[in-house]
Design a protein around this ligand. Structure first.
Ligand SMILES: Cc1cc2nc3c(=O)[nH]c(=O)nc-3n(C[C@H](O)[C@H](O)[C@H](O)COP(=O)(O)O)c2cc1C
Length: 199
């Protein structure tokens, strides 16, 4: 028998078009708690969740990211998604968080070896929880790429990022902009992610 959990995991897909509808407080709290209950290296529990709903803050983050990416050069070694952000920023009108009603930044201590691993465990718990609650979500990497950018850092500190923290991952969250408001859930066939069974 296939468990409900397996279905929730395999039908989680990235949502990149969101309705303006706010995420109900009780659902948002469940998503955040799912992240807080993720495992952490040595049970450190140093992941810091910055939950952004304020439109002005989201706008300012998008503008700062656009300015930072627009000043970067693309070389043959530039990671293709980063090159995409640079190109879109140089063109203008780039909003990395897709205007999602909620943007959750996942920060951790910069001198802690499992900082990104812990943030990503939390992020995936939240993405799965979101799907279980009929909310769409998308992993957002742009603030991680700009985590040492001085202007971005100084703004994030105004928002509550601590001196020794950096942002390693983010999650856009909200109702999908589809006719029924549900995220597209068609499972993507796996072409990679090899499995070697031993024994
Ligand atoms: C480490 C990582 C970084 C990602 N960064 C972004 C991103 O910055 N923007 C975005 O739209 N999607 C991002 N994604 C989402 C992937 O593009 C997506 O998971 C992948 O294409 C598979 O599609 P699915 O999530 O619908 O199964 C990221 C995913 C991961 C795991």
């Amino acid at each position: 028998m296939e468990s409900r959990m397996f279905t929730v995991i395999t039908t989680r897909r990235s949502t990149r078009r969101f309705k303006d509808t706010p995420v109900p407080e009780d659902l948002l709290r469940q998503v955040i708690e799912a992240g807080r209950y993720a495992p952490s290296g040595g049970n450190n529990q140093t992941t810091h969740f910055l939950v952004i709903r304020d439109e002005n803050v989201k706008e300012k983050l998008a503008a700062q990211a656009e300015a930072a990416f627009a000043s970067m050069e693309i070389t043959p070694d530039t990671y293709k998604s980063l090159a995409g952000s640079i190109r879109a920023s140089q063109k203008g009108g780039y909003v990395f968080h897709y205007h999602a009603p909620v943007l959750v930044l996942l920060a951790n201590r910069k001198d802690y070896g499992n900082n990104m691993a812990d943030c990503c465990c939390a992020l995936e718990n939240m993405a799965i929880m979101a799907n279980a609650l009929d909310l769409g979500s998308c992993y957002i990497n742009q603030i991680n790429w700009l985590r040492e950018d001085p202007d971005m850092l100084s703004y994030l500190r105004e928002l509550g990022l601590k001196e020794n923290e950096r942002v390693y991952a983010s999650l856009a969250l909200g109702y999908a902009d589809t006719a029924d408001g549900l995220p597209v859930r068609e499972a993507l066939p796996r072409k990679g992610n090899d499995v070697t069974w031993i024994g």
